[in-house]
Ligand binder design. Structure first.
Ligand SMILES: Nc1ncnc2c1ncn2[C@@H]1O[C@H](COP(=O)(O)OP(=O)(O)OP(=O)(O)O)[C@@H](O)[C@H]1O
Ligand SMILES: [Mg+2]
Length: 205
């Protein structure tokens, strides 16, 4: 029985051998970390994530998420990671999937880690500031590229170790819906809702 691994607050459920075609072909062992509309696999040796759509229009969504994900990585100054973030073909099944390097802890996993920390209050200030920068990035993506970051839950924001936070998960169904349907105001409401829900402080507090 393979050892279970823990990444970003998720414990692996089982291991699977997956063949990837991405220019070249390679086969490796991946740990399923999270199931759902997308299965999220992690490769410990390569420190990579693989997001595999499970039917429906999810394959279309994953392909459509690549350009905004590339822009989000560029915005965070992560050009090498941008080059490594690709759509690959996953076998068996020949499913188009998103391959991404591990970018670090999420705000979600950080909040779990600090829940009993003696310096929790100080940490909440730090995480709140990171969340504020994430909000600025989401606005920049909307204004510059017309990309809509639909779900600013703390699991979709990476606390990158050296640079800016990174937004992930653009595989929603409304990334580019009708022009002007989404505004900075709506975006701010989404961020404020998540801040309240997760006990983060506002930059006005
Ligand atoms: N490149 C990455 N670097 C670090 N962690 C990642 C990366 N990609 C995915 N993850 C981890 O996997 C989790 C799930 O990924 P993602 O948000 O893309 O999928 P999801 O199934 O759409 O999740 P949800 O619907 O709950 O938002 C993230 O919250 C994060 O913990
Ligand atoms: Mg997500």
């Amino acid at each position: 029985m393979p050892e279970r691994i823990k990444v970003n607050g998720y414990t692996s459920k089982y291991q699977r051998s997956i063949r990837l075609i991405n220019g070249s072909e390679n086969e490796g062992c991946w740990d399923l970390m999270k199931g759902g509309a997308f299965n999220l696999y992690y490769s410990q040796p390569d420190k990579q994530w693989l997001k595999v759509p499970q039917g429906g229009d999810y394959e279309y969504r994953i392909c459509r998420s690549l350009p905004p994900q590339h822009d989000a990585l560029e915005l965070a100054g992560l050009n090498a990671e941008k080059d490594m973030t690709r759509i690959v073909h996953v076998y068996p099944g020949n499913t188009k999937s998103l391959l991404m390097p591990h970018l670090g802890d999420t705000i979600e996993s950080t909040l779990k880690d600090i829940s009993n920390h003696p310096d929790k209050d100080k940490w909440i200030d730090i995480v709140s500031e990171i969340y504020y920068y994430a909000w600025l990035q989401a606005q920049a993506l909307l204004i510059n590229g017309g990309w809509w970051f639909d779900d600013p839950n703390p699991g979709n924001i990476i606390r990158h170790k050296t640079k800016q936070p990174v937004l992930i998960d653009f595989s929603n169904n409304k990334i580019r819906s009708s022009a002007n349907a989404f505004s900075q105001n709506e975006l701010e409401k989404k961020f404020l809702k998540q801040m309240k829900k997760n006990g983060l402080r506002g930059w006005w507090d």
